[in-house]
Write a protein that binds this ligand. Structure first.
Ligand SMILES: C[S@@+](CC[C@H](N)C(=O)[O-])C[C@H]1O[C@@H](n2cnc3c(N)ncnc32)[C@H](O)[C@@H]1O
Length: 277
């Protein structure tokens, strides 16, 4: 039987910078133990079945499969979220959007809508932080919605309402105080699509027509009909799309438009307030 130390060593040739860390996460996952447990018990022998499971995951990681899909989970806003090949893996920069949403002065029982919710990341973070808000979320993918509903159940946030919709299509007549979205915004020819985790994520979650601006344009154009006067729209976008998204918001009747940057200083979230008539 192999020991913890020996199994971790067999991950040293993973073709990624984070080889040892990845091996620890995968072995910890297979053993149901934390990484600190692995450090404490390096000589502990691992059962043949657990070792085989670990070596299988290691082989998939060698082929580039994202860690989050291999362990079926990713943390977002300190919430453990189930993810699978039907959902985007939530990114830290999207937490900037959540932070901004929580800073807005909205009614105590505001209605908020997350468009393109994927694993439910943004909607569930808002629901956890603002229990009195009425949070809804839509996605075009039934498979993604199944994951989002599972996450809501695991986090005891079943009051979040999930529905299938092609952007605003199933929401006619409904109004919100806040619309948030991290939509697809990558151009189909962008070379980043062939790199890292992105290769394994669902294309409809990533790619948009018109140099990546098609969905952002639809979301901006449809927003006024779904917002109460004075309501807010916050959109995540690519780091070179800031000026174009600000223009989309101006064209749709928004004021107080600004853009926030991620930790690398790149423009990533643009928001504005619908002018009261
Ligand atoms: C970039 S992912 C964001 C997922 C999640 N909000 C997050 O930040 O992790 C975009 C999401 O938009 C959804 N989507 C794409 N086109 C859509 C459409 N026309 N209507 C509704 N959702 C759509 C995808 O299925 C995907 O879940």
């Amino acid at each position: 039987m192999a020991t913890v130390r020996e199994l971790l060593r067999s991950g040293d040739d993973l073709p990624v910078e984070s080889a040892r860390r990845d091996a620890e996460i995968l072995l910890g996952h297979c053993l149901g133990q934390s990484r600190s447990w692995l450090y404490t018990w390096p000589e502990r022998e691992v059962s043949a079945a657990q070792a085989e499971h670990y070596l299988q995951l290691l082989a998939e990681r060698r082929r580039g499969q994202p860690i989050a899909y291999l362990v079926g989970e990713r943390e977002f806003w300190s919430l453990p979220l189930v993810v699978n090949q039907h959902t985007l893996i939530p990114r830290p920069e999207t937490e900037t959007l959540v932070e901004w949403a929580l800073e807005l002065r909205l009614p105590d029982t505001a209605r908020a809508l997350d468009l393109g919710t994927g694993s439910g990341a943004i909607a569930l973070a808002l629901a956890v932080e603002r229990p009195a808000w009425r949070v809804s979320a839509v996605d075009a993918s039934e498979e993604a919605l199944a994951v989002a509903r599972l996450n809501a159940e695991r986090l005891q946030q079943e009051r979040v309402h999930f529905a299938r919709s092609d952007w605003y299509q199933a929401l006619a007549g409904q109004r919100f105080h806040l619309l948030v979205s991290n939509p697809p915004y990558i151009d189909a020819d962008d070379p980043h699509l062939e790199q890292g985790d992105v290769r394994f994520e669902p294309r409809p979650a990533l790619v948009a027509a018109a140099r990546g601006l098609e969905d952002l344009a639809q979301l901006a154009a449809g927003a006024p009909a779904q917002l109460y006067p004075g309501g807010w729209l916050l959109l995540e976008h690519g780091c070179s799309q800031g000026e174009e998204v600000r223009q989309l918001l101006r064209d749709s009747g928004f004021g107080d438009i600004s853009t926030r940057s991620d930790l690398a200083g790149l423009e990533r979230i643009t928001g504005g307030r619908l002018r009261a008539e």
